[in-house]
Design a protein around this ligand. Structure first.
Ligand SMILES: Cc1ncc(COP(=O)(O)O)c(C=O)c1O
Length: 386
């Protein structure tokens, strides 16, 4: 059965007489028991923080999506990342983080993990099998994000897993870009996949939510126990909305993917654009890895403008009317950010011009192109490129 069909039916109540299509929202902090013995005898939920029926349905949907053995739901995509790391490290360990990872994850690693005596090292995302050079006897985890936030590098996941597995190093992959629809890291042998469900599964830019999906039951238990220990829980209302997002995610994703390809193609021919950075195009340096490991692309890509003063780049963004300035993607609305102020890398990706990230929403593609046409036409390039 294909995803679109599966997601239309997953986690729905068994049909009886007049059954509601969707599972009910149960709001509870306290759960009650008619027998005192049931308070402590295990095997069931004893408190609201441990979930509800709609959380169970949503966990099942994430497991289906990623072919996982268990899912842990978290209050945000960032907490999905931090909990999956915390579940797999201890004081004295060393972790390897892709230099292309989402900025706030870097902030967590640098300000929190280091406080507990965990050594954090950033590796170039294009390293592949050469990651062996970075491995130490105490390396506990490798964090991957493919493609990387902003700079869109595709990582050689199979090569990294081949190095990690025999050494019992946990591989954690942020799979938000693909929404789990066009990239399957667990099937390739990764241990943990992380989603910022805030993006495609919310789809409407009004919920923060995350999920950690584990390949084995043992790993899922480890992550869930960590989430419980830290007091992480999510509201049933939010879980309900994310499950609702599952019903339409395939259609929205495919439409937004199509628009991103059409817009990138159009921008690649624009005389103010130096290059597009989209892994589905053969101009992308890691296109062959994308071709090998992915079955599609996403709504998000970047472009490099021809060298121009920063004020000019900001003016382009300010002239855009459909593409609003905001940090996200996967919602129904198109977004844009300039990346250079947050490209704090140990291994500089060097684009040779201002990097701009574009997230296509569900608006009409001709309107999107017209918006960029009017915004770019007045861009004044630096002297040598004019
Ligand atoms: C790749 C990636 N991972 C994680 C996150 C964090 O998600 P959230 O905003 O839900 O904390 C983001 C947010 O932009 C992201 O782009």
């Amino acid at each position: 059965m294909k995803n679109a069909t599966k997601f239309a039916h997953l986690g729905r109540p068994k049909i009886g007489i007049g059954t509601s299509v969707n599972p009910p929202i149960v709001r509870a902090s306290t759960l009650l028991f008619d027998k005192a013995d049931d308070l402590y005898n295990g095997g069931h939920r004893i408190y609201g923080r441990h979930g509800s029926p709609v959380h169970d349905a949503l966990s099942e949907a994430f497991c289906e999506l990623e072919n996982g053995a268990g899912a842990t739901l978290t209050p945000s995509g960032l907490s999905a990342n931090t909990l999956s790391i915390l579940a797999n490290v201890k004081a004295g360990d060393h972790i390897l983080v892709t230099d292309s990872s989402y900025g706030p994850i870097r902030n967590f690693c640098n300000t929190q993990l280091t406080k507990f005596g965990i050594d954090v090292e950033y590796y170039p995302p294009g390293i592949g099998a050469e990651i062996t050079k970075f491995i130490r006897s105490n390396t506990a985890c490798i964090l991957l994000e493919s493609p990387g936030s902003l700079s869109m590098e595709i990582q050689d996941l199979p090569a990294i897993i081949k190095v990690a597995k025999p050494r019992k190093i946990t591989t954690i992959v942020d799979n938000t870009w693909s929404a789990g629809l066009v990239y399957a890291p667990l099937d390739m042998g990764a241990d943990v996949v992380v989603h910022a469900a805030t993006k495609f599964f919310s789809g409407h830019s009004d919920i923060l939510f995350g999920a950690v999906v584990s390949r084995t039951k043992a790993m899922a238990m480890k992550v869930t126990k960590t989430a419980v220990a830290y007091g992480n829980s999510t509201s049933p209302d939010d879980a309900y909305q994310i499950l609702r997002g599952f019903r339409t995610v395939v259609t929205r994703f495919e439409q937004q993917e199509k628009s991103a390809i059409a817009l990138a193609k159009w921008l690649s021919k624009h005389d103010k654009v130096k290059k597009i950075v989209h892994p589905a195009f053969d101009s992308h340096p890691n296109h062959s890895l994308w071709n090998r490991d992915f079955t599609g692309s996403s709504c998000l890509f970047s472009i490099v403008l021809k060298p121009s003063p920063e004020t000019e780049v900001l003016a382009v963004l300010d002239r855009l009317k459909i593409f609003a300035k905001g940090f996200s993607f996967g919602g129904f609305e198109s977004l844009v950010i300039h990346c250079d102020p947050q490209l704090n890398r140990d291994h500089d990706p060097k684009f040779g011009g201002p990097l701009v990230r574009i997230a296509c929403g569900l608006e009409n593609i001709e309107d999107m192109k017209n918006d960029w046409q009017q915004a770019l036409s007045d861009l004044t390039l630096s002297h040598s490129d004019a």
